[in-house]
Design a protein around this ligand. Structure first.
Ligand code: 5GP
Length: 299
């Protein structure tokens, strides 16, 4: 390049900053695909909607190897079968190639179809630190008609937690008794430590009074509720991105490094099982997420 044709220093610095930001955004998107914070079909749709977005500028090769259980060998065979050049970026695929890739994704990664209608029993689950508690609290404060179930737990109260409002704090013997009496709609050992369970009585009463009920419980509990109450609607709360989830967990500072690692491992497994849920709501904005949950409830 001649001196005259070279862009001024400030432009070059800005361009290189932009390139770094774009690379970071693509790396973050690849983590989201790998952790299943976003479905591969959704990434393909984003790429088509905006070819200059992180999804649009992602190479097909990198897209495929971000998917679970796809290594380089498999990736190359898939591209050959679909007749897609490995130098292509997702946003640069032609209509035929995009269609072929979408069909192939549909055969391997099931996208859940939202369950139609409203339910008087809604279960809110999702990975650690996604903000289930914040969304539930927001609903309690703004929708007094919704009955928020109070769980029993064997863990000790944290500062500021009140008996009967946040939890019923019980010892192991009492928890055993509740199980034996059939008092719990579901229960589970969460994060491998303490037991948590949903008392059945208050829920039956609220439903018979026509009040919608919200359970904010873990994933194992959600599946138990589905088994005993097939009419329950299961909602999975998603973080805006995997990086954001890690940030929220680190930011709240309530767990040490070892506990954080354990919770992130559980989060990864939970994200992988989200296909069983009826609805997926991204917790980008608490107000909006809460509104979406309430919209699924039958008054
Ligand atoms: P924490 O100890 O932070 O209050 O709650 C830990 C986890 O326990 C959260 O993921 C929460 O959703 C879950 N949890 C709270 N109550 C129940 C319950 O009644 N049943 C089940 N299965 N999980 C619960």
């Amino acid at each position: 390049m001649t001196e005259a044709a070279r862009p001024p220093e400030v432009d070059r610095v800005a361009a290189s900053r932009k390139a770094v930001a774009a690379r970071r955004a693509r790396a973050s998107l690849k983590r989201d695909i790998a952790m299943r914070v976003v479905s591969p079909q959704e990434v393909l749709r984003r790429a088509h909607a905006d070819a200059s977005s992180p999804a649009g500028t992602l190479r097909v090769t990198e897209f495929l190897t971000s998917l679970p259980a796809i290594g380089r060998g498999k990736r190359d065979r898939i591209l050959e079968d679909l007749q897609i050049s490995p130098v292509k970026r997702l946003g640069g695929l032609g209509a035929r190639q995009r269609g072929a890739l979408a069909d192939w994704l549909d055969t391997r990664f099931r996208e859940s179809v939202p369950r139609p209608g409203r339910s008087s029993l809604v279960v809110l689950a999702g990975p650690t630190a996604v903000g289930k508690g914040t969304v539930a609290t927001h609903i309690r404060q703004n929708h007094p008609d919704v009955m928020l179930s109070v769980s029993a737990t064997t863990r000790a109260p944290r500062p500021g937690e009140e008996e009967g409002r946040h939890y019923y704090f019980v010892d192991d013997a009492e928890f055993d008794r509740m199980i034996a009496n059939g008092d719990l709609l579901e229960w589970a050992t969460v994060h491998g430590t303490h037991r948590y369970g949903t008392p059945r009585g208050p829920i039956d009463r609220a439903i018979s009074e026509g009040r919608p009920v919200l359970l904010e419980i873990d994933m194992q509990g959600a599946f138990q509720v589905r088994a005993t109450e097939p009419r329950a609607t299961l909602v999975f709360l998603l973080p805006p991105s995997w990086d954001e989830l890690v940030q929220r967990l680190v930011g709240r500072g309530t767990e040490d490094e070892e506990e954080r690692t354990r919770r992130l491992r559980t989060a990864r497994a939970e994200l992988a099982a989200q296909g069983e849920f009826d609805h997926h709501i991204v917790n980008d904005d608490v107000d909006q997420a809460a509104r979406q949950v309430v919209d699924l409830m039958q008054a």
